[in-house]
Design a protein around this ligand. Sequence first.
Ligand SMILES: NC(=O)c1ccc[n+]([C@@H]2O[C@H](COP(=O)([O-])OP(=O)(O)OC[C@H]3O[C@@H](n4cnc5c(N)ncnc54)[C@H](O)[C@@H]3O)[C@@H](O)[C@H]2O)c1
Length: 278
Amino acid sequence: MNTNQILKGKKGIIFGALDENSIAWKVAEKAHAEGAEFVLSNAPVALRKKDIFQLAEKTNSQVIAADVTQVSEIEDLYQEAMKILGGKVDFILHSVGMSPNVRKSIPYEELNYDYFLKTLDISAISLHKMLSVAKKMDVINDWGSVVALSYIAAQKVFSSYSDMSQAKAMLESIVRQFGYHYGRSKKVRINAVSQSPTITTAGSGVSGFNAFFNYANNMSPLGNADAEACADYCISLFSDYTRMVTMQTLYHDGGFSSMGISNKLIDQFINCAGNNIE
Ligand SMILES: NC(=O)c1ccc[n+]([C@@H]2O[C@H](COP(=O)([O-])OP(=O)(O)OC[C@H]3O[C@@H](n4cnc5c(N)ncnc54)[C@H](O)[C@@H]3O)[C@@H](O)[C@H]2O)c1
């Protein structure tokens, strides 16, 4: 791997590496290659899968369990992480999301509201909790960088993305509002990366995922951005090259978000049977 050591001397916390397909997994590999030191974290239940310990070995890092909906677990995690890393951190990756409604294929018009609250807590409010605890405990160095992963269903309807759409809209709003407060007090920058459909456990859990994936791939002039490219982008956001970027939803999607229709899709519709105006 070609590296420029752009994270040399930087320390961080990476949430959400479940297996080698996870976006957080690729970010950890690249952060390590670029010279960063970090701690890995995931929910206690996710650690049972054990894959994360291989990543820890590969990247010379330690794993600390934390359910991101529990403030006390985030506090303990930060304390432990600062001990391991020998001080404050420069970057945090929030690569966490889950909807029990999506998992159980509950139709959007009939959402289970306990599950809905869980979706929001795990996928969006957790970012607020991470930031709030970090600010109180003074965990992040001045000019540090926090990145959260989002999806364009925050802005537009992707029919089966269900209550995760609201979670992403809330996540992006927290990015902006906390970005203001943390920016003013500590120059910490906070951004959301709105990523193409990506083949991971969370991604493939959305019903009709293959259609999301193929549609976006055929629509985008550059094709879908994969997890590796997403990790490269996250690394650039942790580096000093993006010091003045904050409070943004940054589309990392091969151009998808600016498209209306593409020639590839026109060709598909022209060639399909029943191509009459309805
Ligand atoms: N895969 C896609 O198509 C896609 C597209 C855009 C954005 N994203 C976002 O990227 C992020 C990472 O997802 P991924 O695609 O790498 O899938 P993934 O399944 O590998 O990662 C999701 C992670 O969230 C963790 N998690 C769930 N509940 C948790 C809790 N209570 N506490 C701590 N961790 C918890 C899981 O253990 C898992 O590691 C998510 O925010 C997802 O919504 C994914």
